[in-house]
Design a protein around this ligand. Sequence first.
Ligand SMILES: CC(C)(COP(=O)(O)OP(=O)(O)OC[C@H]1O[C@@H](n2cnc3c(N)ncnc32)[C@H](O)[C@@H]1OP(=O)(O)O)[C@@H](O)C(=O)NCCC(=O)NCCS
Length: 209
Amino acid sequence: MNDSDKLKADFVLVGAGGHSLVVRDVVESLGGGIRGYTALERSRHFDDIPWIGGDADLSTEALDTHLALAVGDVPLRRSLVNGLPVLDRAWPALVHPMAYVAESVEVGAGVQIMAGAVVQPAVILGDHCIVNTGAVIEHGSALGAFTHVAGGAVLGGDVSVGDGVLVGLGAVVLPERTIGAHATIGAGAVVSRDVGHGEVVVGIPARPR
Ligand SMILES: CC(C)(COP(=O)(O)OP(=O)(O)OC[C@H]1O[C@@H](n2cnc3c(N)ncnc32)[C@H](O)[C@@H]1OP(=O)(O)O)[C@@H](O)C(=O)NCCC(=O)NCCS
């Protein structure tokens, strides 16, 4: 899982929002370096690494490096990845050394698993998912591409989550529930029923808002 060979290369951070600080930390904790970052303008987060310019300024040479998606917003992540004509191998999975990921977990391109996260056996993580700080994904659950499970959220066993879902901070999804694509689970919600495509649910028990 922690593919240290891949991480001997430098990375370019794509985006420079708050999530970029965490992504930089996981890259560096794995022994990788940061060559620079792309963003619409210079970021207040970084005065010690070069600003390359916008994403269009990523030269062919820079595309030989590894890329790390450094924004947390789900739709923006998708559009940044789709806007860069690179292969999946340009986006190595990043697994913080203090995360636990069971051997049998399937990890897609560009997946990010942050410090303190626990991902149990037979989980499938689609391309560019985030399992953020301290989140728990129980056995047999599956996350679609670009889904972001925010810090401290817990998915019970055999939960099925579609593409592009945000599971908010500290939310809980009970076992065997299904979350439709592009849904949003509010911070702190407890999901006891299935959630439909694009629905926004909040509260305990979670209800549409
Ligand atoms: C559910 C959510 C998407 C709603 O966002 P929004 O539409 O911008 O909502 P607003 O902030 O305008 O709040 C609208 C109402 O919903 C309530 N509300 C917002 N989020 C809520 C939540 N998680 N649980 C319960 N009520 C919530 C607000 O108190 C407000 O109520 P009011 O009208 O009585 O004052 C958002 O609040 C949320 O929880 N996002 C997840 C954030 C997160 O965890 N991000 C991950 C960062 S790594």
